[in-house]
Design a protein around this ligand. Structure first.
Ligand SMILES: Cc1cc2nc3c(=O)[nH]c(=O)nc-3n(C[C@H](O)[C@H](O)[C@H](O)COP(=O)(O)OP(=O)(O)OC[C@H]3O[C@@H](n4cnc5c(N)ncnc54)[C@H](O)[C@@H]3O)c2cc1C
Length: 349
């Protein structure tokens, strides 16, 4: 992470939204000695306050390393522990993530010798279920992801809020300034889809629900994930999630969501559980599954930092740092995140 340096040029930035994205971007700009003012409207719901916060370098049905994993994971493993020290709060929980093989065909695939060597930088393999016999409904073994864990985003955002308020950086308000000459970066999460300046961007938001559950006498030191994830929170409490729904986009928990999660839980896990609470949110996902970073094609003081989908925890630190470098030092943005990839959509809007 960056040391505070003497800034070459100090600019004024307005950040709209104090979710995961806005907080991290504001933090990197402040670290570079820039003037920052954040406006957050708590009447607009935030996904970060609902998110499970998992980071995991190997995902998808084919269990492959995620995009840019070799750069993004070392960065976040450095970033969050240092941030904990600076914000004086505990929210980063590094822990292995066990992914049981879903079927014999997958187990067979991973037994074969065409698995690339660098796969083992991130994972280890087991082909039986000796020490989870009382826990998981499968005896095929599975993959343990090493550079995984979860971030308690509620705790982190609350610590960020205190940090920003102490520095007079955060304004909590329902009225956002319009037409200022200051560089304004919109970090509005799902709400960005309705921003008149950026709604030409291809958002693909996804509703998600999670439940907190109680399981008596289960000493789990890892996340288990197959169809659903189970995160140990301590004191017999666990977080179970998540659902994916594209048609109804609201922040309202449903019976259907709880039923889907309960059914998937008992498919994966043996111990009895009891639901304690439930939450819903909308992930700010994008059609090409890459974030939206960059400046408006015509209005040069407006920018966006959004589109982190279901991977905000892993992507926001790396790209927050990159975006701050772009804004202050004019360094290049990664072409796959730069919104200039949608210039033709802007012209056709
Ligand atoms: C059920 C569920 C589970 C998830 N699990 C994970 C997970 O395990 N791992 C992971 O990495 N990600 C997960 N996510 C995704 C994660 O929530 C997002 O990637 C991330 O939180 C997005 O952060 P954000 O700051 O872009 O948006 P938000 O968190 O939505 O923040 C936007 C902020 O801007 C404010 N705002 C919006 N518009 C305005 C405006 N016009 N004026 C003022 N303020 C405004 C809002 O009040 C809010 O504070 C999950 C999401 C859901 C719903």
């Amino acid at each position: 992470m960056k040391e505070v340096t003497e800034p070459e040029i100090i600019k004024n930035y307005t950040i709209i939204g104090q979710g995961l994205a806005g907080s991290i971007l504001a933090y990197f700009l402040l670290k570079e000695g820039q003037n920052v003012q954040i406006f957050d409207n708590s009447e607009i719901p935030s996904s970060s306050k609902v998110a499970a916060g998992i980071y995991n370098p190997v995902t998808g049905k084919r269990l492959v390393k995620t995009w840019l994993a070799d750069e993004i994971f070392p960065f976040l493993e450095d970033f969050y522990p240092q941030l904990e020290k600076e914000l004086n709060a505990k929210f980063f929980f590094s822990m292995p993530l066990f992914h049981p093989f879903p079927d014999v065909a997958t187990q067979k695939f991973f037994r074969s010798d065409h698995i690339p060597d660098d796969f083992f930088d991130f994972c280890s393999l087991e082909f039986e279920n000796n020490h989870r016999i009382e826990i998981v409904n499968s005896d095929l073994g599975g993959i343990t992801m090493k550079h995984a864990g979860w971030v308690d985003l509620k705790v982190m955002l609350s610590a960020f809020r205190t940090f920003f308020l102490e520095r007079n950086v955060l304004i909590e308000t329902t009225s956002i300034p319009e037409n200022t000459n200051v560089i304004t970066i919109f970090c509005e999460g799902y709400h960005g889809k309705f921003n008149p300046h950026f709604r030409y961007l291809p958002f693909n938001p996804v509703k998600g629900e999670i439940v907190d559950i109680e399981i008596q006498n289960l000493d789990l030191q890892e996340i288990i994930n197959q169809g659903v994830f189970v995160i140990p929170l301590g004191d017999n409490t666990f977080r179970l999630g998540a659902t994916y729904k594209w048609d109804v986009l609201d922040f309202i928990p449903t019976n259907e969501g709880a039923d889907i999660l309960t059914e998937k839980y008992y498919k994966l896990m043996k111990p009895q559980m009891r639901v304690l609470s439930q939450q819903a949110g909308v992930r700010p996902a994008t059609k090409d599954r890459r974030p939206f970073l960059g400046m408006h094609p015509e209005i040069e003081n407006l920018g966006i930092f959004n589109g982190f989908g279901s991977k905000g925890v892993s992507l926001a630190p790396f790209f927050g740092n990159q975006f701050a470098d772009f804004l202050i030092h004019k360094k290049e943005l990664h072409p796959e995140v730069n919104i200039n990839r949608f210039a033709s959509l802007y012209l056709r809007r």
